[in-house]
Design a protein around this ligand. Structure first.
Ligand code: ADP
Ligand code: MG
Ligand code: MG
Length: 913
């Protein structure tokens, strides 16, 4: 006995199983599995992928023995069906279906009703007493075979299907809309015209011999493995060429035999919401792909799916078949332990299953199905966790457009443009073009969308006031995108089709003018922008956690979310903190499960209200005394900020970074503003201009910033340390525990840290003596320049903790500026120089290696060194996993990413097991 190439399935028994996907392809393996489960599947056989590989390596020759095996299988099929292949009275008809282990566009389409010819079609008509049906099958077969095996569609210019043209012509002539309105006579004529077309195009008659038809179809499937589209697809998706496709030959069942027949597609659960109900569509008296081809409007499977009383659900039309389908969907769902995408046909009220595979779903559905399946005893919590991609949780947290309303908007041509989906969720509002307007309009109770070329730190409050943010420039890590994520704002960035005119207060989008005050709707989950107002639904989790407008017991989504997060917390070892500058952000993060603050940026506090005056006064001062005087005004304000944060955090660690940005960022740039600032500070405009000049840097990212500020102006660090420690003492007096961690930025040399640490320790001693209170504070550093990571062993002598600032570390390791990278990033990604944006995901080979070095060298000096990450990467799942692998203690991310990081950390821990 040689090798086996053909695997039979039928009569409740199959040679293959679901485990044999590589050999039988996904479709064949699952047809075998369903057969073994006792599910009604039309019998047939699968020619294995090994034949494809052989065919591919031997210039289109089949392995010896294949022909006999196929003959045997065909005979077995004839016996089961009681029909003969090519038999003039009771012809056996089959479908020929391709199916690789990984489904692949470009592979040959299915051919149905193979085995028909001018004689067998008459037999079928006599047998069924229905020539309409018989010729409907024949015309379908002729066109499918003509298309996919003889290649008539492929060879036509502009990809027009010549068979489609002929049937359209005929329908027009008969004055009918749908295929199924054509008479038996019409269909006979159609078959003649089809055959004539084949003769004309190929110079040969349509093959009448069923065997020739069969081998023609089998050869076409194997040949299609080698077509340019399939090859390109494999290259892109790194699918090995020698994987091969299988061919399934299966006896036909007919959904087009009359009004007690149907064909359909369904999911074992709702793929959009995850609800545990059969969900799908069907068509009466139809065959094959009619349902998805949009030939007639398909009908819903369930009564409850009906959106219009005119619809007739399968549940109503064929209750027995529906009940059977519902029974089978439960079996499959449970057996495969996942939601299935199924294809079926009903012939004379009897249900037949034709395909099952794992179904695609929204993040929302993925989450609900995973949790439900644990409750139903199908999955373990560990398995359920892995079924939800961390980023999919976004969909649970953000408001969403009502799906139907959005479809209507598209239908009414309200679609404007598409940008990058930077802040998921849905928002509608009136367009404003600057941050001040956004604030003013919002104060008046208006909902606004802030539209900018790009945003800057000056826009923060306007961004906060807006429902959503839309920019024409910038990428996923632009200022707008970053702030939007931190705030949990809906945001679309880099929407290049917008031509924004600040002066005219309008934008033009593909010729359409949108004025200030016009309504637009922004879908931050997809990047789409629409004109007008589309209704939204708020996320229930937000309603329960933040708005408190919904009780936990009223929301099953919230309960499911809590459950999933509980499992995640049980598995993860990595801590999850948040980046928050204000008490309300900290509060939000806590509600999302943050275990501390990993980065509190003090400079954002400097922009608030009156403070900016004192900051500018400090910058303009020429002496230490002058600076100290101005700083003294800031002290009580910063102290109050920290008190607010400490109170909210109730004893959880709070990492506060001392001043980081270059000072010029606090000075105005526009002449009018310079005048105003000079006036407010009681100095000449000259003086302000001179200072701006003096602070000008060719490359501010690498300039006078980070600890370099505190070293030149120790009084700034001293004031900040004082504010932190006084706040700590006062809050401790209130009976609330406090653990401040003071973090010095941009350290590359241990001496820098030692200097700043001395300043902090001196102030701390004074403050604690003054209050008579001991505060458990720590001084540590950010590791965000390569030298910091390389000399981590030295730095750890002074640092009690490290936090990787991977935004700056990425900039300095690559030698690129994030703000300028937009100019080439697109090309780099397009040309595959880089596989991903290193500001979005940690570059493990470069930046990651330095991180590893930093951890190892730091801990060699100080074994209990606490190490975290506070760059934007801290909320990105693959980066979180990497942080777990290199042994960090925690990640810190924006509040709305906290649940995502918790789940990603659980995934990392589970995958390691
Ligand atoms: P695809 O890989 O594109 O899903 P399939 O091989 O599943 O293609 O075939 C498409 C459709 O053709 C099926 O969903 C089913 O409706 C119909 N079909 C395939 N084989 C048969 C068969 N033996 N009997 C009846 N219909 C079939
Ligand atoms: Mg299919
Ligand atoms: Mg930094």
């Amino acid at each position: 006995m040689g090798k086996r190439y053909v695997y039979f399935f039928g009569e409740g028994k199959a040679d293959g199983s679901a485990a044999m996907k590589n050999l039988l392809g996904g479709k064949g393996a699952n047809l075998a599995e369903m057969t073994n489960l006792g599910i009604p599947v039309p019998p047939g056989f699968t020619i294995s992928t090994e034949v494809c590989t052989y065919f591919y390596h031997n210039k289109g020759i089949y392995p010896p023995g294949l022909e006999q095996e196929v003959e045997q299988a065909l005979r077995r099929l004839e016996n089961i069906m009681g029909r003969g292949f090519g038999d003039k009275e009771k012809p056996l008809l089959v479908s020929v279906r391709s199916g690789a282990a990984i489904s692949m566009p470009g592979m040959m389409d299915t051919v149905l009703n193979l085995g028909l010819n001018d004689e067998t079609v008459q037999g079928l008509a006599r047998e069924t007493n229905d020539s309409r049906f018989a010729y409907d099958c024949y015309r379908r077969f002729l066109s499918m075979y003509g298309d996919v095996v003889l290649g008539l569609k492929a060879e036509s210019v502009d990809g027009i299907d010549p068979f489609e043209e002929i049937i359209d012509e005929l329908k027009k002539a008969r004055g009918v809309q749908y295929d199924n309105q054509l008479s038996a006579q019409d269909l006979m004529e159609l078959c003649e015209r089809y055959k004539a077309l084949v003769r004309q195009r190929t110079g040969k008659d349509f093959p009448q011999d069923p065997k020739e038809q069969l081998w023609g179809a089998i050869g076409a499937v194997f040949g299609s493995w080698d077509n340019p589209r399939a090859i390109a697809y494999r290259q892109i998706h790194e699918i090995p060429d020698d994987m091969g496709t299988a061919v399934n030959v299966q006896s036909m069942v007919f959904g087009n035999m009359g009004d007690d027949c149907a064909t359909g597609v369904a999911f074992t659960r709702n793929p959009a919401t995850g609800e545990n109900v059969l969900y799908g569509e069907y068509l009466v008296n139809a065959q094959g792909e009619d349902v998805v081809a949009g030939i007639r409007t398909p009908q819903p499977i369930n009564i409850r799916q009906k959106t219009d009383p005119q619809m007739v659900s399968l549940e109503e039309a064929m209750p027995e078949a529906y009940a059977e389908l519902d029974r089978i969907r439960r079996i499959l769902d449970r057996h495969y332990r996942d939601m299935q995408d199924i294809e079926f046909t009903i012939q004379r009220r009897k249900l037949w299953m034709l395909q099952t595979r794992t179904g695609k779903r929204t993040g929302f559905a993925a989450f609900k199905i995973a949790v439900d399946m644990v409750r139903e005893g199908i999955l373990t919590p560990k398995e359920a966790l892995l079924r939800v991609e961390p980023n999919q949780l976004n969909q649970l947290l953000r408001p969403v457009f009502d799906a139907e309303a959005k479809q209507k908007a598209v239908a009414s041509k309200a679609f404007l443009a598409k940008g990058l989906n930077a802040g998921p969720g849905a928002a509608s509002g009136r367009v404003v073009f600057n941050a001040v307007d956004a604030e003013h309009w919002a104060d008046r109770g208006e909902k606004v969308i802030l539209v900018r070329l790009e945003t800057s730190p000056d826009d923060i409050r306007g961004m906060h006031a807006a429902q959503g943010i839309l920019t024409s420039r910038g990428g996923m890590t632009s200022h707008a995108a970053l702030v939007a994520r931190q705030m949990g704002k809906v945001c679309v960035v880099g929407c290049g089709d917008l031509e924004i005119d600040y002066k005219l207060r309008q934008m033009t989008v593909n010729g359409r003018v949108i004025e200030e005050g016009d309504w637009i709707s922004v879908d931050g989950s997809t990047g789409e922008v629409f004109a007008g107002q589309i209704p939204t639904r708020p996320s229930e989790i937000i309603q329960v956690l933040l708005e408190k407008t919904l009780k936990p017991e009223e929301s099953s989504i919230f309960q499911d979310y809590t459950e999933l997060m509980r499992w995640a917390d049980a598995y993860r070892r990595l801590g999850v903190r948040t980046n928050a500058d204000q008490p309300d952000q900290a509060q939000t993060a806590l509600l999302f499960g943050a275990e501390g603050i990993g980065l509190c940026r003090t400079e954002h506090m400097f922009f608030e209200g009156e403070r900016i005056h004192a900051v500018r006064e400090m910058i303009l001062a020429d002496s230490t005394e002058g600076r100290e005087k101005a700083l003294a005004k800031l002290l009580p304000m910063q102290r109050e900020d920290f008190k607010g944060i400490f109170r909210v955090m109730k004893g959880l660690p709070v990492t506060i970074r001392t001043l980081d940005p270059p000072l010029h960022e606090f000075l105005p740039t526009e002449e009018a503003d310079i005048q105003k600032v000079a006036e407010q500070l009681g100095v000449g405009a000259e003086q302000v201009r001179a200072k701006i000049q003096a602070l000008h840097e060719a490359n501010p990212m690498l300039g006078h910033r980070g600890c370099r500020l505190g070293i030149v102006y120790p009084e700034i660090t001293a004031m900040q340390a004082r504010a932190i420690l006084e706040a700590a003492c006062e809050v401790k007096k209130e009976g609330i525990d406090v653990h401040p961690e003071i973090m010095i930025p941009l350290v590359g040399d241990v001496a820098e840290l030692a200097h700043q640490k001395r300043v902090v320790d001196d102030v701390a001693r004074q403050v604690m003596d003054h209050y008579g209170i001991q505060v458990d504070y720590a001084v540590g550093t950010m590791i965000e320049v390569p030298r910091g990571a390389i000399t981590a062993g030295e730095i750890a002598k002074e640092a009690m903790f490290f936090s990787f600032g991977t935004n700056d570390l990425t900039q300095t390791v690559f030698g690129i500026s994030r703000d300028d990278a937009a100019k080439f990033l697109h090309d780099y990604l397009e040309k595959k120089i880089w596989e991903f944006d290193p500001f979005e995901r940690i570059d493990q080979e470069g930046v990651g290696e330095l991180m590893k070095m930093g951890v190892e060298r730091g801990r060699a000096t100080r074994p209990d060194l606490k190490v975290g990450i506070c760059g934007e990467h801290g909320g990105e799942p693959s980066s979180v996993e990497f942080c777990h692998q290199i042994g960090l203690n925690y990640v810190s991310c924006s509040p709305f990413r906290v649940p995502i990081a918790r789940l990603a950390a659980a995934h990392a821990a589970i995958r390691e097991q």
